[in-house]
Write a protein that binds this ligand. Sequence first.
Ligand SMILES: [Zn+2]
Length: 221
Amino acid sequence: MCAATEALLWGPAREWVRERLPASELRCRTGSGQATYHQFDPATHQHVITYGQRMVAAKFESQSAHGWLSTREIRKYGYFDGQVSTANLLAHTCCHEFAHLLQSASGKRKRGSVHNAAFYRILEEMHDSGAAMAVRAFLLERATHQDMMIPTASLDTFNAQARLEHFAIGDNVLFGTEGRQRQGEVIRINRRTCTVEGTGRWRGTRYRVPVSLMSHAENVY
Ligand SMILES: [Zn+2]
């Protein structure tokens, strides 16, 4: 994870970061506990990303993987098609921590509002640009070379495929979470999510919706 962050995320972003935070350096390290975080010391220009060993271990078990923010983010935003697996969780964790680095370079990291809209725009971009998939491929490749196995199977007990069979292109659906319900039309069915074109007041926006957050909008006009 350290090597992936340095090579695939820091490498291409370094100059952009240095234009905003001159002389920035990044060091990735392994921590012994669960704690996983990004720190920046303006005095030394040093960014440090720490990946906790116990965080990594927890993401190998269905039971312990559930409580993590990365699990909730993959489900909520449909990253990696909404599939929660060890490979996806570890790759997403690299992106999450690196998004904090980019967030601090863009001046959008505010005390008391760390996981804010600006942060999720950065994270979304890291997934849309293919960076997250590249990190995932890198981790799987490295693991194979070291005779390790990073499981790619879903840790979900929830059967997304079975639920997806109830949706077809052209269906009107309600989606989102309670209090923030939106409406749209299914325009594409992916492996674990649907691409939905907003309708009504959400017209003009496309959403990638995990099937767990979607229902049919019958008789809703
Ligand atoms: Zn965070």
